[in-house]
Design a protein around this ligand. Structure first.
Ligand SMILES: [Zn+2]
Length: 161
């Protein structure tokens, strides 16, 4: 399985390899092993590689490595590419400016203020003129209902207020 890489990618990987050798992240054998497989192909299946020290491009012509300018795109074994990318990560981190860690999370969209439901203007209750429920007039003594016009209780003759 191969993946498309650019010559710039390959140069980055070459630097990462060289860096790994310098820092001891990889032994010389490991670097040589990776470099031996560090061969990409162009569309015509011509093999290309880059010197990890010289960063010089070569392609293989009749079994010989000949210096040449690389094509715009190359195919590299995915497995190798992943190894090289893993190498590249710490090396490029040291070389380039630190990327901001966290992109600021977008400001939380404020909760929509609820449109106030119009409070229905209360239909003014007509202040009813206090219609006193006509309390039946009662005799204070016997408690019987007595007619409003009477002055005395018809039962016991008590004087009504
Ligand atoms: Zn009475």
């Amino acid at each position: 399985m191969k993946r498309t890489v650019t010559p710039q990618d390959m140069e980055t990987y070459a630097r990462a390899l060289q860096h790994a050798r310098e820092t001891g992240d990889l032994t010389s054998e490991e670097v040589d092993l990776l470099h031996a497989r560090f061969i990409a192909e162009d569309a015509d299946k011509t093999q290309w590689t880059i010197g990890i020290r010289s960063l010089q491009w070569h392609h293989r012509v009749n079994g010989k490595w000949v210096s040449a300018a690389p094509p715009r795109e190359l195919q590299l074994e995915l497995e190798l590419m992943l190894v090289l990318k893993a190498l590249q990560a710490p090396a490029s981190r040291a070389a380039t400016a630190p990327t901001p860690v966290a992109t600021p999370s977008p400001a939380a969209t404020p909760a929509p203020t609820p449109t106030p439901t119009p409070t229905p203007t209360p239909t003014p209750v007509p202040t009813a003129s206090p219609k006193p429920t006509p309390q039946p007039r009662r005799c204070p003594k016997c408690g019987r209902e007595v007619a409003a016009n009477l002055k005395f209780c018809t039962m016991d003759g008590t004087r009504l207020p």
